[in-house]
Design a protein around this ligand. Structure first.
Ligand code: SF4
Length: 339
């Protein structure tokens, strides 16, 4: 069996807030095989974009390990990091703000190649070919970002991310700012490019409706913790965590597909002051007595599918986050839930 392209263990990211500390990502584990798409789903404030920033080495990591493409990625520094950065690239939500408004888009796409040492003429040629591939041909390549539509700018961002032939591309809400028909076009383009270039994606989104089109695997994030993960089909058809079930209930036909008819209510709590025990308990429609006190461990519901909820019963715990040793036996919680 080959090693995964990306293997994240115990990833933890803290931000300073005044004199305190906000734990934006809390002991997250993720695995991703070459050629797969892992969708990381959750509401705004769940820590999704912080995971992207940590993988891209844009924010410091407080703990954990990241193995990527055979490298100890989290410990690369300085020149070594600059040399390897091309392996992992990024498509942002708002391409407009990530492109230099003074540069024609072909120059923006050529820039990563020039920075990597390619002669300007060759870099421009390669940028032109890449822009052709994403559907921006001829005179469009000589325009400035403000002269393009939102969908065209997103194509530029994809070309810029792919021009240096990365192994992994992180798409952070990459279609969220587009209308539905443009979303479909860009998602189709990403799926085609993945097959053509043997790419691997981390697809970060708050929009669960996109998952059937893009995801092989899904990680559901709530207040910085993965509450459910597994093959996309398993998570979408047979969601185990009440939060996942709530997210899925917003989809048409969700009930038949496994989403309980229990939409997630209320707002996500302040990540600087998360609830005790199970962080989802103030919003959980099936919370029981021990939920505010005891943090649930991730439990394997099948070899590749796990979720962290006290109601899941006494299956074996998955590696990674473990339960508080004081947690009562799940069977006692189940009895309370059913009574
Ligand atoms: Fe709900 Fe309790 Fe399960 Fe948390 S552990 S999701 S509060 S039932």
């Amino acid at each position: 069996m080959t090693a995964p392209l990306l293997s994240v263990r115990g990833l933890t990211v803290d931000y300073r807030v005044g004199r305190g500390r906000l734990r934006a990502v809390d002991h997250v584990d993720l695995d991703l095989e070459q050629g797969e798409t892992l969708a990381v789903i959750g509401e705004s404030g769940s820590g999704k974009s912080t995971i992207a920033s940590a993988l891209l080495r844009l924010v410091p990591v407080a703990g954990g390990s990241v193995e990527f493409d055979g490298l100890d990625w989290a410990s690369l520094r300085g020149a070594a990091l600059r040399r390897e950065r091309h392996r992992m690239q990024f498509v942002p939500q708002d391409a407009g703000s990530s492109l230099d408004p003074r540069w024609r888009v072909r120059e923006s796409v050529a820039e990563p190649l020039v920075v990597a040492g390619k002669p300007l003429r060759q870099a421009r040629e390669q940028a032109g070919t890449m822009l052709d591939r994403v559907g921006l041909e001829g005179p469009l390549q000589e325009r400035f970002p403000h002269q393009l539509s939102g969908g065209q700018r997103q194509r530029v961002a994809i070309a810029r991310a792919l021009v240096s032939r990365p192994r992994l591309v992180i798409c952070d809400e990459a279609v969220s700012a587009l209308d539905v028909s443009l979303q479909a076009e860009i998602v189709n383009l990403l799926v085609e490019l993945r097959a053509e270039r043997d790419l691997t994606y981390v697809f970060i989104t708050h929009d669960i409706a996109l998952l059937p089109y893009v995801a092989d695997r899904v990680g559901v994030l709530y207040l910085g913790q993965v509450v459910e993960s597994g093959p996309a089909r398993d998570v979408l058809v047979d969601p185990q965590h009440p939060y996942t079930q709530g997210l899925l209930s917003s989809l048409p036909g969700a009930h038949a597909a496994g989403g309980a008819d229990r939409p997630v209510r209320g707002e996500i709590p302040d990540p600087a002051n998360p609830p005790t025990g199970c962080r989802f308990h103030p919003r959980c429609p099936v919370a029981v007595d021990g939920c505010p006190e005891f943090e649930p461990a991730a439990v394997a519901v099948s070899p590749a599918h796990s979720a962290a909820c006290h109601l899941l019963g006494p299956q074996s715990e998955t590696p990674g986050r473990t339960a508080d040793p004081l947690v009562p036996p799940p069977s006692s919680l189940l009895r309370k839930a059913r009574s």
